[in-house]
Design a protein around this ligand. Structure first.
Ligand code: ASP
Ligand code: MG
Length: 463
């Protein structure tokens, strides 16, 4: 079970999480817990680290530490009853002391490497794991807090976005955690924090606690991996745009992956991969509404009658159009486009090229637009490419459903529905998995396009 930052944002929520764990544990389940930092803390740690390296003011560090200490003390006091509080406060003090020393060093050094970034941002989870484990102990359960690396997650040394080394991780996680389960001890593991082969702290990238849970769940071959969050599950659309949107009771791995890559923020995109490897069901549930069964993510998709499962919207993207008649029949142009973008670290979300080969369109994250345009202009200084244009005033929409594969007429329904509400489609792409049709519309058309698609496939209807 993984609990996200909003689920442990304050003392009463954290206490509620501890009682949920107790409830499932007492039903004769073996449970392993993964926890995020208290909400907002990782952002604050990144911010103070950056500030310390840029401005070097120890007074800022002191003020920050004061606030962080207060908040964690307060949460611990509220969540932990009895004598247990003393040892938890000692643990918190030791951790906070380490953090303060690191931040002061950064003030002196005035540099922030990826490696120090990961060390500093690991503290949010290290503090929350100590508190949650203490809360469980104060409820008379056996528990132990562990840093991701000590729980057996080994990664490469690609700081800030480290990748797990699965062979090593799988055996090490079993070796570390199974004996604890045998001793009826509930491990509470820091989300998103791991260690490289030398034991140096790494992180799996922002939002990576979900991924931690599935890495561990897969390694111990759990019966299920539960992601406890602050919504009932994965929805047919964003309810702020479509009021009739509803929670999906079950979807397939493939659909969940498409949805998480395309804007549904409920799950970190990498979460599903380790679960697929071992065929473990993933369940998304709501800590604030624990009676709701949530969304179950499994191997098979529901019967084909649910052709489309959900519609997502991605904002903050931009369209780039590369054109020139010289591109047709010239091998290597696409290769050069993508290599140039890869060199500057631009993330390409959609691609499309018509068979005339005279233009290539792509969608990238908007903050990377300038960088990308610059890279492309430099790459194509000669005249194979005539024109590189862009449009920032767009959104990407994805229509997702495994039942679309092999069902004729779905694309027709998508585009007719958009035509009826006058939403102009600027770019289209469909992967050959056929589980996703993605398209680009102007920002002004985005909401009505999403509503039209949700209506067309009757996604709001109970079933
Ligand atoms: N605390 C980390 C973050 O905010 C990891 C997580 O919450 O999943 O990115
Ligand atoms: Mg989070």
């Amino acid at each position: 079970m993984k609990f996200g930052g909003t689920s442990v944002a304050d003392g009463s929520r954290l206490k509620n999480v501890a009682s949920l764990i107790k409830r499932f544990y007492e039903r004769k389940n073996e449970v392993i817990i993964v926890v995020s930092a208290l909400s907002g803390v990782t952002d604050q740690l990144e911010e103070i680290a950056r500030k310390a390296s840029e401005e070097g003011r120890i007074a800022d560090v002191n003020a920050f530490m004061e606030r962080l200490r207060e908040r964690h003390y307060e949460v611990a006091q509220e969540a932990i009853a009895g004598a247990e509080i003393k040892s938890v406060v000692e643990e918190l003090d030791a951790r906070l002391n380490d953090l303060e020393n690191a931040l002061i060093s950064i003030c002196h050094l005035r540099e922030l490497t990826g490696r120090s970034h990961d060390y500093i941002s690991s503290f949010g989870e290290r503090l929350s794991a100590s508190i949650l484990s203490g809360a469980l102990k104060s409820m008379k359960l056996r528990s132990m807090a562990l840093i991701g690396g000590d729980a057996g997650i080994v990664t490469d040394s690609n700081f800030e976005n480290a990748r797990p080394l699965f062979d090593m991780t799988n055996s090490k996680v079993q070796e570390r955690l199974l004996p604890l389960l045998k001793k009826e001890t509930i491990p509470v593991i820091t989300g998103f924090v791991a260690a490289d082969t030398k034991g140096i702290i790494t992180t799996l990238g922002r939002g990576g606690s979900d991924y931690t849970a599935s890495i561990i769940g897969a390694a111990v071959e759990a019966d299920e991996i539960w992601i406890w969050t602050d919504v009932d599950g994965i929805m047919t659309a964003d309810p702020r745009i479509v009021p009739e949107a509803r929670t999906l009771s079950a979807i397939s791995y493939l659909e969940a992956m498409e949805l998480s890559y395309f804007g549904a923020k409920v799950l970190h995109p990498k979460t599903i991969e380790p679960a697929i490897q071992k065929g473990i069901p993933v369940r998304v549930r709501n800590t604030f509404n624990p009676e709701h069964p949530g969304t179950l993510i499994i191997k098979a998709h529901e019967e084909i009658k649910d052709i489309v499962k959900a519609v997502t919207l991605i904002q903050n993207v931009a369209l780039i159009n590369i054109s020139g008649s010289g591109m047709a029949g010239t091998p290597g142009v696409a290769g050069r486009v993508f290599s140039a973008l890869a060199r500057v670290g631009a993330n390409v979300m959609m691609i499309s090229q018509g068979s005339s080969e005279a233009n290539i369109s792509l969608v990238i994250d908007e903050p990377q637009l300038d960088l990308s345009l610059h890279a492309l202009k430099r790459e194509f200084a000669e005249n194979i490419v005539k024109d590189i244009s862009y449009d920032e005033n767009i959104c990407a929409i994805a229509v997702v459903g495994a039942g679309m594969a092999g069902t004729p007429g779905v694309a027709g329904r998508v585009f007719s529905a958009l035509g009826r509400v006058g939403a102009n489609v600027m770019m289209i792409s469909q992967g050959s998995s056929e589980a996703n049709i993605s398209l680009v519309v102007s920002r002004a058309d985005a909401c009505k396009a999403i509503r039209a698609l949700h209506d067309e496939f009757k996604l709001g209807a109970e079933r």
